[in-house]
Design a protein around this ligand. Structure first.
Ligand SMILES: [Zn+2]
Length: 168
């Protein structure tokens, strides 16, 4: 069972812009550990704090899905970005739905680690995609928000079916 409860659409916290993190004390360390564990038991490659009901600029990324290879990224800012590629994405907060989303293929990111130390790193490919998906969460955006009109309606109809299957 996931350690922390994952909020799903249309929970209003998923629409909020997350606040910067200033506290890196013991309570924050426990939260980071709990997020790492929750991401793994949920079979996720990433998890952002709003998804567990905390509107702060924190996300976990683990493109390899291997225990011990997680990145805890705090107060992230995309400094440079380039390239574009479409790729299929799902989301723990919109379970049962997947959609092709165009993302930058390379980016430079400034962020703080779990102890508040500042870093600057270059990321590409799938890792860059995960980072962009998680930063969307910190800005109150879900994968369905990348679509409008008929495509968005289709995705929401599909989600409604997954969430409320016929009771037989
Ligand atoms: Zn997501």
């Amino acid at each position: 069972m996931p350690k922390l409860k994952i909020r799903t659409y249309p929970d209003p916290i998923l629409k909020k812009k997350a606040a910067p993190v200033t506290d890196f004390g013991p309570a924050a360390q426990k939260l980071f550990d709990d997020m790492v564990e929750t991401m793994h038991v949920s079979d996720g490659v990433g998890l952002a704090a709003p998804q567990i009901g905390i509107s702060q600029q924190i996300f976990i990324a683990c493109p390899t899905m291997k225990f011990g290879e997680e990145f805890v990224m705090i107060n992230p800012v995309i400094e440079e970005k380039s390239g574009a590629a479409a790729g299929l994405e799902g989301c723990l907060s919109v379970p049962g739905i997947s959609a092709e989303i165009i993302r930058y293929t390379k980016l430079t990111l400034s962020f703080q680690d779990r102890h508040g130390k500042k870093h600057n790193g270059s990321f590409e490919g799938f890792f860059a995609r995960v980072i962009q998906h998680e930063i969307d969460h910190l800005n109150g955006l879900l994968l369905i928000d990348h679509f409008s009109g008929k495509k968005r309606e289709e995705l929401l109809a599909q989600y409604a079916k997954v969430k409320n299957p016929p009771k037989l």
